[in-house]
Design a protein around this ligand. Structure first.
Ligand code: AMP
Length: 400
């Protein structure tokens, strides 16, 4: 990666303004129900403290849309972070302003301060230059460790870097760029991508750009039924994007022209209704009943997909194969997770692109058995499309 990271910087005595992703789920009592994202930032925070820095942390939480929403305060995060770090974490009642400025002015090495939710100010998402400058004035050096927000040019991810002389990648950011970068720039072949999830829309760009790079593209999830229908088959009451039928045909055509294997499932698990306990059957995709809906890939498809995955040296996965939130329709997704683990064990680089597929691999406890689970759903998709992420582009280049 050609960006400077915290590893090679002298940060002794510096106040390091660090963008993290503390967008954690809270319940109605404002208790954190999953602290994965806080834990994910610990290596970077520890590294900064070991280097003798004072650490100022900033993040967004939820969508307060530019207004102060007490239910989306980051205060509970400060408490949880303090117990995870085993040291005091001060909390600022805002992210800009005189009071916050004063809190940062005399910070000593080893001190940690968390700022209040950036999105309490509309200027954050608007990337307002004056607001970005106010943020920049709080620290001496900027660090971005929030990969999941790097695809948006916001004040805390992009604007702020204009007023800083040193903009560094944190350890989590570095790992994301390293693994996703390998899949984009120099994948070892055979290279297989697996795409699932609900819809084709939103993934069109990634499908077309991946078709350039991969050898095999496996299609599962809700989007598979539009492809099946585009081949002229009955799909019953399955999810259908009528307006994407032509596009699905074009994608299949493109794959043929480029000599790529685009693999659409051969069998599927259908249910009468959209719930876990509904009547269900496994059928070939040529025999889908008109009054049932497809909710998972079938066993033959699982075997087919698993074989492709196991034979690959680079694997990228985004989107569940079925409605994995319902245990009766989670088999396909879990089987793909297991196949990725097997491929990893045989030396493949395996990358999971955030969102629901990350949730699925966490659910089966296999997250540490693949090469990398991305923390950013949208950001990882844009990265895989080959787009430049503004939050990454803004970081200081490494000098050769
Ligand atoms: P996405 O956000 O596009 O990645 O979609 C993820 C969602 O797709 C998950 O909540 C899955 O339950 C859903 N999904 C996967 N397969 C199907 C299907 N066959 N029918 C309806 N929804 C599905």
């Amino acid at each position: 990666m050609n960006k400077r990271t915290i590893t090679d910087a002298d940060l002794q005595g510096k106040r390091v303004l660090t963008r993290v992703d503390f967008n954690v789920p809270l319940n109605q009592q404002q208790e954190i129900t999953d602290d994965t994202r806080i834990r994910a930032s610990l290596p970077t925070i520890h590294a900064l403290l070991e280097k003798g820095a004072a650490v100022i942390l900033m993040s967004h939480l939820g969508r307060p849309k530019g207004t102060v929403q007490p239910s989306m305060s980051l205060r509970p995060v400060a408490d949880r972070l303090a117990s995870l770090l085993g040291r005091a974490v001060a909390f600022a009642p805002d992210c800009v302003g005189d009071e916050v400025r004063a809190m940062t002015e005399n910070m000593q090495p080893g001190a940690v301060l968390l700022l209040e939710n950036l999105r309490f100010h509309a200027e954050e998402e608007a990337n307002d230059p004056a607001f970005a400058q106010q943020l920049a004035a709080l620290g001496d050096v900027y660090v971005n460790d929030a990969f999941g927000s790097a695809h948006r040019a916001h004040a805390s991810t992009e604007g702020v870097t204009h007023s800083m002389t040193l903009n560094l990648a944190g350890l989590l950011m570095e790992k994301e760029i390293d693994y996703l970068g390998r899949a984009v720039a120099a994948p070892v072949h055979p290279y297989t991508a697996i795409l699932g999830g609900a819809k084709i829309s939103g993934k069109i760009d990634v499908i077309t750009s991946l078709l350039d790079k991969v050898d095999v593209l496996l299609i599962g999830g809700g989007m598979m039924y539009t492809f099946i229908k585009a081949q002229g088959m009955e799909i019953g009451t399955s999810l259908l994007e009528e307006d994407k039928l032509e596009l699905a045909r074009q994608i299949m055509e493109l794959a043929m022209q480029r000599n790529k294997q685009l693999v659409v499932p051969v069998d599927t698990v259908v249910g009468r209704e959209f719930n876990n306990d509904t009547e269900r059957h496994t059928v070939r995709v040529t025999d889908m009943p008109s009054d049932m809906m497809g909710l998972d890939i079938g066993p033959e498809t699982i075997a087919l997909f698993s074989r492709h995955i196991r034979e690959s040296k680079t694997v990228v996965w985004n989107g569940p194969m079925g409605v994995f939130e319902m245990p009766n329709f989670a088999k396909g997704t879990m089987a793909v997770a297991n196949a990725l683990v097997e491929a990893t064990d045989s030396g493949a680089v395996t990358v999971i692109g955030g969102g629901d597929s990350a949730a699925a691999i966490n659910q089966v406890g296999l997250a540490d058995r693949v090469s990398h689970v991305s923390t950013g759903g949208g950001a990882s998709l844009e990265f895989l499309e080959g787009k430049t992420l503004p939050g990454v582009a803004a970081l200081t280049d490494r000098m050769e």
